[in-house]
Design a protein around this ligand. Structure first.
Ligand SMILES: [Zn+2]
Length: 550
């Protein structure tokens, strides 16, 4: 039987036109059948629709998370990973000790945490396993760095994990002391292999970890999320890049997948492997949407690839994948019609990628628009903005990141920090933006926080008082577009989601007030009244009045 719903509101956000209307959205089964600023046509009313009048509550297209690492985020949400902080090695270890009381630990129980980062410490020195041993002499401890690529381990953890190190990677990934002993810090592929071993869960266990997190996301108004590969671990079962379509499939089968997931496995799994995987997941809830690559690192560890040396240093950083190889990968993706999401933070990495994207599109004209994205783009050189426009690449950005780093950005890149995160400039150059969080690099950032950060360039506490480079602030309609239609374009699914448009899937969020009338500083406080995916309410805060009045 056909189901007809009408959602009425005095504030409906039209993402494509970047404007609000007062009126009604008509939903027939899973899809949007009409959006009206005046009266709803009689043909719908005659079919006894279910009418929800939201009054002043703003109706928006469902929010879309453009960049997250879902499984790791779910582990944090389920407190399988303890979040810690501290401005030194000892402070971090002590913080973990205070959060994980030793008397409640079982023998051999793993302690996994996240939240250390040398660039944020007063003393810029890699930590030692001995500091952790002091607090945790028996249980294995692994603390993930904020860059998600590095682990700090105690001796008990090293005893378990070191025998698993691939000898080819030992020198590169395992830090040793002057005496030649492992110091406790392990990076890159080996770190990822260790995480794979620590979180050695079955698909059913992974599903149980993901399910509550997915429900939580719907309570934030999210109807879609992009799940991007981490650096992959080489395991006996092949690469583990933490992209688990089979787990989502299991959840969908149990009717426990309340939002869409757009998956980006590591592109170097190979075109054939990606296409085979994509052919297995063809529903609009689970898609293999493209491939993920990392071109460089981050500025705060001098690993982002810059055009000129870092402030007070000789290094310019370097690419993780050599430029010639990256060019080949971009051409291969373009030729194969596979959208890429490439981590590029340094201005040189961004420049090289843009040149390659433009050249690849020119060479493979017949393949149509393959919608690629660059991720983060923190230090894009302003002279490269026209190049970015020409490339048609989307800027996938995280509005919380400038507010994490604004105090220290100039320490690494000097004057160049003044043009970092140039959101307004992207808009002026008609470069489409997609908002995300990069969870769990940051945690607990909601879509409403994202809107607030990008509109104010201030922290939740209101710092700095005038906003950081406030000329780069965006307007309400611009930020809403980046969190909806922009992010839909980033996941290559804008023909189906991202705006309230006839024929698109009915993915909708209802805010608890009229966002147009909300003071900017209160936007972060807006809650979600309801979240609809495929025409079904996946989340409802409170029942609304159903009336037959139109
Ligand atoms: Zn990321």
């Amino acid at each position: 039987m056909t189901s007809i719903q009408i959602l009425k509101s005095r504030s409906i956000f039209m993402a494509e036109a970047q404007k609000f209307i007062a009126g009604a959205v008509v939903i027939v089964d899973k899809k949007i059948a009409g959006v009206y600023s005046g009266k709803v046509p009689i043909r719908f009313l005659a079919l006894r629709p279910k009418i929800s009048d939201f009054g002043e509550q703003t109706v928006v297209p469902g929010f879309i998370e453009s960049h997250s690492h879902m499984f790791l985020s779910a582990l944090v949400y389920n407190q399988k990973i303890t979040l810690i902080s501290g401005n030194s090695e000892t402070a971090c270890a002590a913080d973990l000790s205070s959060k994980v009381p030793r008397n409640r630990l079982k023998p051999h129980q793993w302690i996994v945490a996240k939240g250390w980062y040398v660039p944020a410490w007063q003393e810029k020195r890699l930590p030692s396993r001995l500091t952790l041993d002091h607090y945790f002499p028996d249980n294995p401890v692994a603390i993930i760095a904020d860059d998600l690529h590095t682990l700090w381990l105690n001796t008990a953890a090293l005893d378990i994990l070191l025998p698993l190190v691939n000898p080819n990677r030992f020198d590169r990934d395992v830090t040793v002391t002057a005496r030649g002993d492992p110091s406790g810090v392990v990076g890159e592929q080996t770190a990822m292999a260790f995480l794979h071993r620590i979180f050695d869960y079955s698909n059913s266990q992974k599903a149980a970890i993901l399910a509550p997190y997915l429900d939580h996301l719907t309570s934030l108004g999210l109807t879609s999320t992009c799940d991007l590969a981490l650096l992959p671990a080489q395991t006996i079962n092949g690469l583990d890049d933490q992209i688990y379509p089979a787990v989502y499939h299991e959840l969908a089968h149990q009717n426990r997948l309340p939002l869409r997931v757009h998956l980006y496995p590591y592109f170097k799994r190979g075109v054939a492997a990606l296409k085979k995987l994509a052919a297995n997941y063809t529903t609009p809830r689970i898609r293999i949407a493209g491939g993920k690559l990392f071109f460089d690192g981050v500025t705060s560890s001098y690993t982002a690839w810059m055009k000129a040396p870092y402030e007070g240093r000789k290094t310019m950083g370097m690419p993780i994948i050599p430029a010639a190889e990256m060019k080949k990968l971009i051409f291969l993706a373009q030729q194969s019609g596979i959208p890429l999401r490439i981590h590029a933070i340094g201005d040189q990495a961004i420049h090289e990628a843009l040149i390659d994207f433009i050249a690849a599109e020119r060479q493979f004209k017949n393949s149509g628009l393959v919608q690629h994205c660059l991720e983060h783009l923190e230090t894009i050189d302003p002279v490269d903005l026209p190049l970015m426009t020409k490339s048609r690449v989307i800027a996938s950005v995280q509005p919380s990141h400038p507010l994490l780093d604004y105090r220290t950005a100039d320490r690494y890149v000097g004057k160049r920090s003044q043009t970092m995160w140039p959101f307004r400039s992207f808009d002026r150059h008609h470069i489409p933006m997609a908002f995300g969080t990069d969870s769990p690099v940051v945690t607990d950032i909601t879509p409403m926080d994202n809107l607030y950060f990008a509109m104010t360039r201030q922290t939740l506490a209101g710092d700095p008082p005038t906003g950081w480079h406030s000329n780069q602030r965006l307007t309400l309609v611009q930020v809403l577009a980046a969190q909806t239609i922009g992010a839909a374009r980033a996941c290559g699914f804008a023909d189906q989601i991202g705006s309230l448009t006839v024929g698109k899937l009915a993915d909708i969020a209802v805010l608890d007030r009229n966002i147009e009338k909300t003071p900017i500083r209160e936007i972060k406080d807006i809650q979600i009244s309801g979240t609809m995916v495929d025409g079904n309410w996946e989340y409802r805060k409170q029942p609304v009045n159903n009336t037959m009045k139109v």
